[in-house]
Design a protein around this ligand. Structure first.
Ligand code: PGA
Length: 261
């Protein structure tokens, strides 16, 4: 049985380290731990170590917002999977977001680099959270199915060859990110169902174990109705993950709806 997964993507926030410490501490205090719900926060990489310390051995996991696929080398400004994972006796991140639309749009991320990164993350024992989603004009022109299946098939193209199938897919319609205009739960479920079926064609029965997250203007108010959908197992949360109470309410909604689906 797949577990629920709620991921907070802090993006390039907050700008001061002290505020990042305070936010991590507030989230730790506000989120009620539950063995059935996995909660991960993804701070800016420069703060991974200090946020790891702030979270201690508590129930909240740590993730990166991106990574390079290579272990080391001449890649200015990049982060390697080894750096994210940390030492065997001093683990840093357990998860990593791959292919967020902001990186696809502004940082040259492509289906091909997403495939390389997902494979590398699995290789290094990190759980990749591959983000896919259509732009507004693609929805308007009826291209959602094509875009989603193309991005998804690319993202998981290397997975079959790996021993680990521990990864997650985040469906994030680009037009819903940071706009306050979340997808309708029915539309989000339609795409999540397409993702589950397509995954089944690629990795067989393992598709049932893969958490599929919805992302795009998720709040404490609207989270529960997404989590009630058959193929939505969690959320990738941007803006609302910067407010501890709001983020805790989303985690709470994940727990409250867990028995229902
Ligand atoms: P949002 O961002 O929750 O602020 O819409 C989601 C994301 O970009 O992952």
């Amino acid at each position: 049985m797949r577990r629920r997964l709620v991921v907070g993507n802090w993006k390039m926030n907050p700008p001061l380290a002290g505020d990042a410490d305070a936010l991590a501490a507030a989230i730790l205090a506000a989120v009620a731990p539950s063995p059935r719900i996995e909660v991960v926060i993804c701070p800016p990489s420069v703060w991974l170590e200090r946020i790891r310390r702030a979270l201690g051995d508590g129930p909240i996991g740590l993730g990166g917002q991106t990574m390079h696929w290579a272990d080391a080398g001449a890649h200015t400004g990049e982060i390697s999977p080894l750096m994210l994972a940390g030492e065997p006796n001093k683990r840093l991140a357990t998860h990593v977001i791959i292919g967020h639309s902001e990186r696809r749009q502004a940082d040259g991320e492509t289906d091909h680099t997403v495939a390389l990164k997902v494979a590398s993350a699995l290789e290094h024992g990190l759980v990749p959270i591959a983000a896919i989603g259509e732009r507004l004009e693609e929805r308007r022109t009826g291209a959602v199915e094509d875009v989603i299946t193309r991005q998804l098939r690319a993202a998981v193209s290397e997975v079959g060859k790996r021993a680990s199938h521990r990864f997650a897919i985040a469906y994030e319609p680009v037009w819903a990110i940071g706009t306050g205009m979340a997808a309708s739960p029915a539309d989000a479920q339609a795409v999540a169902g397409l993702i589950r079926r397509t995954l089944g064609e690629v990795i067989g029965a393992h598709a049932d174990d893969v958490p599929i997250l919805y992302g795009g203007s998720v709040t404490g108010q609207n989270a529960a109705i997404f989590f009630e959908q058959a193929d939505i197992d969690g959320a990738l949360v941007g803006g609302a993950s910067l407010r501890a109470d709001e983020f805790a309410a989303i985690v709470q909604a994940a727990a409250a709806t867990d028995e229902l689906v």
